[in-house]
Design a binder for this molecule. Structure first.
Ligand code: IPE
Ligand code: IPE
Ligand code: MG
Length: 243
């Protein structure tokens, strides 16, 4: 059966979020510099975006650079910034054709003004697309997002009684985006690494030892199949346990 035949039998999650991890180890294992791993990871991302469009996923969030990744050597940080610029230059027209709407979560302010401008242009160019919403978490941190939300809530002088989970969600970078149904982490690490810590409250996790550059469409499909076998109870009981 081809991947697309298999997928037609599956319940497709509305929102998939991916921690694209393992680029560095992928490269080192091949005797290459870490940045070669990031380049390979970016090529893979292109394939996974196309697969997401084919699978009918509505929201895809990708963790590309965390607020903690600034702590890496200067050369790697600069390389990652260059890769972001190159991806926008190279891929934007094609993504736009595929109906991808690009959005950013995180803080743009700390990025080079030239990159900020490119990101904003990409968001503007694709704003009327509606096949796949691609949320790029770049200079994103879950704690930073919550701190930022609290600051905004206080600035708006919201009364304590009005603060509800719904209200907090509206003050996050992800306002209006449904919570992720499925979070995939490649490279086998069993941690959240400051990704969507509020939104992941009831997400299903799929962790694979595969490094991100090798996470292909077949692996993606395996993650979707695993998701289909989950019993999401949200603290209640499963449908068949209620009688
Ligand atoms: C993920 O790959 C990409 C970023 C964090 C930017 P890593 O660079 O973390 O790869 P490993 O975990 O060192 O192998
Ligand atoms: C998480 O991976 C961040 C991204 C994939 C962008 P890290 O490699 O930075 O996470 P830790 O350091 O292993 O927790
Ligand atoms: Mg890593």
């Amino acid at each position: 059966m081809s991947p697309i035949d298999k997928v037609s039998n599956l319940k497709i999650p509305q929102h998939v979020a991916i921690i694209m991890d393992g680029n560095g180890r992928w490269a080192i294992g091949r005797g290459l510099p870490r940045l070669a791993g990031h380049r390979a990871g970016t090529e893979n991302l292109r394939r996974i975006i196309t697969a997401s469009v084919e699978f009918g996923i509505r929201h895809l969030t990708i963790y590309a650079f965390s607020t903690e990744n600034w702590g890496r050597p200067r050369e790697e940080v600069d390389g990652l910034m260059r890769i972001l610029e190159d991806v926008i230059d190279r891929e934007l027209a094609e993504l736009n054709k595929e109906g991808v709407r690009l959005r950013h979560i995180g803080r743009l302010e700390r990025l080079d003004p030239k990159i900020q401008e490119k990101v904003l242009e990409a968001i503007d160019l694709t704003k009327n697309n509606d096949r796949l919403n691609l949320h790029v978490a770049f200079n994103y941190g879950g704690r930073d997002e919550i701190v930022c939300a609290i600051q905004k809530i206080l600035r708006d002088a919201v009364s304590p009684e009005a603060v509800t989970a719904e209200l907090v969600s509206k003050y996050l970078f992800t306002a209006g985006i449904p919570d992720p149904d499925l979070i995939i982490r490649t490279s086998g690490e069993l941690r959240i690494s400051n990704f969507l810590i509020w939104q992941a409250a009831y997400s299903e996790w799929y962790i694979t030892p595969t490094y991100w550059p090798d996470f292909d469409k077949g692996e993606y499909l395996k993650a979707l199949e695993a998701f289909n076998k989950r019993d999401r109870r949200y603290g209640g009981l499963s449908e068949n346990a209620k009688e």
